[in-house]
Design a protein around this ligand. Structure first.
Ligand code: ATP
Ligand code: MG
Length: 442
């Protein structure tokens, strides 16, 4: 830091920008995020899921172990660094399931039975920023840990589906698949490798590199030249045993009974290694190539892999930016509420009384934006009314000196019946405003 003498002004510095791919969230958009978060909280409460908050920074080993070494995230997308004091390897979380599992194991949360949990927060992946793909983005996720039955897979899918309805999202399709159990995957994997080995002529370098380390991920390729080859590859569903098929069919039966449409996509594999049995994604055609708004599935072996007592689990995560972008694309922007009331104060000498009055209004649930002067004094009436109109408030409350001397204020309608106004005794202003605003009387 440079010392400055009191006589010199600090030199004008060049402004700094946010890190590429990481966005500020400004009003009025931030109000739409709050709207969505409120909807989620209420929905989670109705399904009896409880909030879990884990740190944004975790040991790097957590993700390497949890997500799998040969995954896009671990291979190239993590923000990892060394703690400068103790040399610990740390990573900004790229997703939250691994952290949730760590917390559940660390706090022995399953000691008295399964837990249903949800989280919201920022995630970090070093990807190429584009529409619907950022380096800091936000997920909302739900995890049910300690439950093995298909009814919980279905519950989670139904919950996501209910959220789309609540938010007014229409353009999404549910894609469903089963990844079976490890031994079934092993048999399928062997068949896949044998198949791919015959088709190396159409495979790109990355595919060839992953052919033996993670052949399943080749099914997920975005390379158009490989589509036809991948389309004809052996399908995992043909390798599923009786129990896996029964689980899959039980999920389907519940979705069918609840009228939830889905498309079975045998190529749906998901990006992390930890999944088994049910996997699913909600996808839309309306967001270009960033069309997956929510993905999840069962991960029955992760808890044990993270050092916990073996316990099954299932969950999903949605991308908040993509969900809001989809709403925008559909022309259904969530409302950005203004204040109920704008307080106009012609003379600064009334301010103590004004504040006292507004305190009572706010305590009664009325939202009030108070006019604030920008220089000397409070500003002209004209400029105050202009601000009041711009605020989106339904009503203005005018604290004029004459009215105040009679113990009254003026209530003026800014929108419905614009211009209409009435005098109101200060002692009754709270009740009258609540009446005008259609709020339940207190
Ligand atoms: P994609 O195939 O689009 O990269 P993913 O399989 O990597 O997605 P998940 O790890 O399953 O995504 O994360 C769940 C959800 O989080 C995604 O469906 C998506 O909506 C959102 N998401 C993932 N990565 C990003 C990102 N970089 N920017 C914005 N949202 C993202
Ligand atoms: Mg990705």
């Amino acid at each position: 830091m440079t010392a400055q003498t009191s006589a010199t002004k600090p030199a004008k510095a060049a402004p700094l920008s946010a890190v590429k791919g990481m966005n500020d969230l400004l009003p009025p958009d931030s109000a739409r995020w709050e709207w969505l978060e409120d909807k989620v909280r209420h929905l989670m409460a109705r399904f009896a899921y409880r909030n879990l908050r884990t740190p944004i920074v975790e040991p790097t080993a957590l993700f390497v172990r949890g997500l799998g070494e040969v995954t896009d995230i671990v291979e190239k997308e993590m923000y990892s660094f060394e703690d400068r004091l103790n040399g610990e390897q740390l990573t900004l979380r790229p997703e939250s399931t691994a952290g949730v599992v760590r917390a559940v194991v660390e706090h022995n949360m399953l000691y008295d039975g399964g837990k249903r949990l949800y989280y919201m927060g920022p995630m970090f992946r070093h990807e190429r920023p584009q529409r619907g793909r950022y380096r800091q983005f936000h997920q909302i996720g739900a995890e049910a840990l300690g439950f093995a039955g298909a009814e919980v897979d279905a519950e989670l899918i139904l919950m996501a589906n209910a959220l789309w309805q609540e938010l007014g999202i229409k353009d999404v399709v549910l894609e469903l698949n089963s990844l079976g159990q490890p031994q079934e995957r092993a048999a399928h994997r062997a068949a896949l490798i044998a198949y791919f080995e015959q088709h190396t002529d159409v495979m790109d370098e990355e595919a060839k590199r992953r052919l033996h380390s993670n052949p399943l991920r080749l099914l997920d390729t975005k390379n158009p030249a490989m589509q036809a080859m991948v389309e004809a590859a052996p399908k995992l569903i043909d390798f599923l045993g009786e129990a896996s098929l029964a689980h899959f069919n039980a999920v389907r039966a519940i979705l069918d009974a609840c009228g939830v449409a889905y498309r079975i996509n045998p190529r749906l594999v998901r990006g992390m290694d930890y999944y088994n049995l049910t996997v699913f994604e909600f996808v839309t055609q309306s967001l270009g190539s960033q069309g997956t708004i929510c993905g999840g599935g069962r991960y029955d072996y992760l808890i044990e892999q993270m050092g916990g007592k073996p316990a099954p689990a299932v969950g999903w995560a949605l991308g908040v930016e993509r969900v809001l972008e989809l709403l925008k694309e559909q022309g259904e922007q969530p409302p950005v509420p203004g204040p109920h009331v704008y307080a106009i104060v012609p003379d600064a000498s009334a301010l103590p009384l004004v504040h006292h009055t507004l305190q009572g209004l706010r305590a009664a649930g009325v939202s009030v934006q108070m006019h604030a002067g920008t220089g000397e004094g409070m500003g002209s009436m004209k400029s105050q009314f202009k601000k009041a109109d711009g605020s989106g408030a339904a009503l203005a409350l005018i604290f004029g000196a004459d009215e105040l001397s009679r113990g009254e204020v003026v209530i003026k309608h800014l929108r419905d019946g614009a211009g209409a106004q009435e005098n109101c005794p200060l002692s009754q202003v709270s009740a009258r405003l609540q009446q005008l605003l259609g709020m339940a009387a207190v």
